[in-house]
Design a protein around this ligand. Structure first.
Ligand SMILES: Nc1ncnc2c1ncn2[C@@H]1O[C@H](COP(=O)(O)OP(=O)(O)OP(=O)(O)O)[C@@H](O)[C@H]1O
Length: 456
């Protein structure tokens, strides 16, 4: 007579059998080693109880009972083992469902090996590139991560220009890193211990921009602070003024800005007396300013004044070698921020490296953050990567969805919210958001306040 139990106990795989209600009928000898439960204690008891006590997760038996079909999953046990489990329904001679048999293989070492290989590969890659060139620079709190030759040149030039007083303009699509480069230039400059003031000209309503930038005298207008208020340009005195989205600056203010550059003075609203101000000006835009000059929307004299040294940052899709380095960098940043241990599988790196990143580094940063916070396990796998990235669809629309059936009104609001967030991420100014969505600027502004600037 063959002793089947002895055979099962001798197997490398772990076998567990329940009846149709999920009560344990049999489990093989090595069960305790992996799950920390004495097999004898389990007999006759519903497996669900042990799941709720946290001995393993997720449960597979209950899924097979519910779905009546073969199921696969990776389970983590209380003994910190990772098991690849196959759950199979059992049928009696009359075709009635009568139980479940689970077989599990221990893949803990295999996974660790894979992770180590991943690490080695990327650390190896990083070391290799360090032998030929640096791929990250740090100044103060600013880390600039890059690997491409184009960014190497941009950074080297930026460091040189940081030492001189001339104005510079940073060009490039939204999210390529103009803001972070401006801060880096400031940190490299002799003005590093003085203020760095970043103003997004497109984010401040036109009616407020003048008083925000130039400040105002007491009693300058109704509702003004009775003591007057210093403007943001004055707050940058001695340091660096970074005017982002300079193309959004109205023509009337462009004249006043020219005075700041030529006469080194500002005149607050409601005052006739100019005040001395000393700032190093860095501007940025993703618009074609030359074209705007031709169309009379940007002053020619200001254009030449700020265009002394243009620095162009290429879009991420034109410096693809940077993608794995940036993914690796942001993975570290967010693991530390959220106190989580997360790794990306090789396949994930490949998928992310092939995507075009229309939203550039900002989009990549957001995707990595989302992966870190939503991944259920240490190893992040391709299934967790948003679908629009897999399929190379336009990310501007691919990710917009409602998660469940809900009231129509609620669904429309959800779509509007996501659309506004996407549009703002890509375009950054109310005018351009309005243009992209085909709505008026006041309407875009109102909707952005409702959905995007909620906490500001
Ligand atoms: N080379 C880089 N190294 C590290 N972080 C980067 C790099 N490039 C961009 N980032 C990060 O990506 C995000 C977007 O960058 P940033 O805001 O500087 O882009 P931008 O070109 O100024 O965009 P916009 O024109 O929309 O204002 C920021 O969080 C920034 O810190």
């Amino acid at each position: 007579m063959i002793d089947f139990e002895a055979i099962l106990d001798g197997l490398f795989d772990i076998v567990h059998v329940t009846d149709e209600k999920g009560r344990t009928l049999y489990c093989s000898g090595r069960y305790e080693e992996f799950f920390g439960i004495d097999p004898q204690e389990m007999i006759g008891k519903p497996i669900e109880e042990f799941y709720h006590l946290g001995y393993f997760s997720p449960t597979i038996t209950m899924r097979v009972i519910r779905d009546r079909k073969k199921v696969h999953t990776i389970q983590t046990t209380r003994k910190k083992r990772r098991l690849l489990v196959e759950g199979t329904p059992l049928w009696d001679a009359d075709g009635n469902f009568c139980g479940v048999v689970n077989t599990s293989i221990d893949i803990t070492d295999h996974e660790q090996l894979q992770q180590e290989q991943n690490e080695r590969k990327y650390v190896g890659g990083l070391l290799q590139s360090e032998m030929t060139k640096e791929n990250s620079r740090r100044k103060g709190k600013i880390s600039l991560v890059y690997r491409s030759q184009s960014m190497e040149q941009v950074t080297a030039l930026a460091e040189k220009l940081a030492q001189v007083e001339s104005s510079m303009i940073l060009l490039g699509e939204s999210g390529v890193g103009k803001g972070v480069l401006a801060k880096y230039i400031h940190e490299c400059s002799p003005r590093a211990d003085k203020p760095f003031v970043h103003i997004n000209c497109g984010a401040i309503p036109e009616t407020l921009l003048e008083s925000e930038l130039f400040g105002y005298e007491k009693g300058a207008f109704t509702g003004a602070d009775k003591d007057g208020k210093a403007g943001l340009i004055e707050k940058a005195n001695g340091g660096t003024l970074f005017l982002d989205e300079i193309g959004e600056m109205p023509l009337v203010l462009q004249v006043k800005l020219l005075n700041v550059l030529q006469e080194k003075t500002i005149t607050p609203v409601g005052s006739a007396v100019p005040r001395k101000v000393d700032v190093k000006l860095i501007t940025a835009t993703n618009q074609n300013l030359r074209q705007m000059v031709k169309e009379g929307r940007f002053r020619e004299d200001l254009y030449y004044r700020i265009h002394v040294v243009p620095l162009e940052i290429p879009p991420l899709r034109e410096r693809r070698e940077e993608i794995p380095v940036l993914v690796h960098y942001f993975l570290g940043v967010f693991c530390e921020k959220y106190c989580l241990d997360r790794q990306l599988s090789d396949a994930c790196f490949r998928i992310l490296a092939e995507y075009d990143w229309p939203g550039n580094v900002r989009e990549l940063e957001n995707v990595v953050e989302r992966l870190v916070v939503t991944a259920p396990d240490v190893l992040i796998t391709p299934t967790q990567i948003p679908r629009y990235i897999h399929s190379h669809e336009d990310s501007a629309l691919g990710g917009i969805k409602v998660e469940r059936v809900m009231q129509m009104q609620e669904a429309m609001e959800e779509v509007e919210r996501q659309l506004l967030q996407r549009a703002y991420e890509q375009h950054k100014t109310t005018t351009k958001v309005a243009e992209a969505l085909g709505i008026s600027q006041p309407s875009a502004s109102r909707k952005l306040r409702k959905w995007v600037f909620t906490g500001e």
